[in-house]
Design a protein around this ligand. Structure first.
Ligand SMILES: O=C(CO)[C@H](O)[C@H](O)COP(=O)(O)O
Length: 232
């Protein structure tokens, strides 16, 4: 898919997801280029229709974007139950299991996903795969980065500490932790792998999302229009 087709697909998915948001809702706001289109459209609905919502941002980047689009912000402390969350993904399999975290925001994104009644995942078609096989990001307590990396290697990964692009040294997340990217190749049993990673002390959260499939709706943006997939 060329870049302009991909941008149009992301925009269509993002805009479509914003139409699912109703007056008075508390909305989880994911991180990434696709969900930013959703925020842009939500901002337009606030201005044009008087839509009244508040968003819980999953990163500094999401908070900055939401403010720019005029979306009032709140927190999980104030709203531990969210009506809906909108987020992107790096890969989606036919059972609606996800790999997330290219933007290193998956720890907060998982908290928001867990707190939401419904979750809209906005992607372009390149993200839809038969088998999850992208590197799985793991947010790691810096104190334990070596022990966690050893345990991840024992699970079959090739763990790589994520380095900054416009910064020397490791990427530091919004929570003050490191990211270790783990290539496992094709992941035969994502549910088990997520549980195994969760059992490692110091591995704070991984980018596999396997337990929310029943409340997820995937909006797949196409160059023209969208298709919608859910298990319900
Ligand atoms: O998980 C994420 C950030 O942690 C993003 O949602 C995911 O990387 C998709 O991003 P994009 O919409 O820019 O392709």
């Amino acid at each position: 898919m060329n870049t302009s087709a991909q941008a149009a697909s992301k925009q269509n998915a993002g805009y479509r997801s914003a139409e699912e948001v109703g007056d008075g809702m508390i909305v989880g706001l994911g991180t990434g280029s696709t969900v930013f289109f959703a925020m842009e459209r939500l901002g337009a609905r606030i201005r044009e229709e008087g839509l009244s919502i508040a968003g819980v941002p999953t990163s500094y980047q999401a908070a900055i974007r939401a403010r720019r689009y005029g979306i009032p912000l709140t927190s999980l402390d104030e709203h531990p139950g969210l009506d809906i969350a909108i987020d992107g993904a790096d890969q989606v399999d036919p059972a609606l299991r996800l790999i997330k975290g290219r933007g290193a925001a998956h720890l907060r994104e998982k908290c928001v996903c867990d707190a939401a009644e419904r979750v809209l995942i906005v992607v372009d078609r390149t993200k839809m795969v038969e088998t999850l096989d992208a590197p799985v990001p793991v947010e790691v307590l810096p104190f334990a980065v070596e022990t966690v990396s050893r345990r991840l290697a024992a699970l079959g990964a090739d763990p790589v500490l994520r380095e900054g692009v416009k910064k020397d040294g490791p990427v530091v997340t919004d929570n003050g932790n490191f990211i270790v990217d783990c290539s496992f190749g094709a992941i035969g049993d994502p549910d088990r792998l997520e549980a195994e990673i969760a059992s490692i002390p110091g591995a704070l959260e991984c980018g596999l999302f396997t337990t929310y499939t029943e409340k997820i709706t995937v909006i797949i943006g196409e160059e023209k229009g969208c298709s919608v997939v859910s298990l319900r």
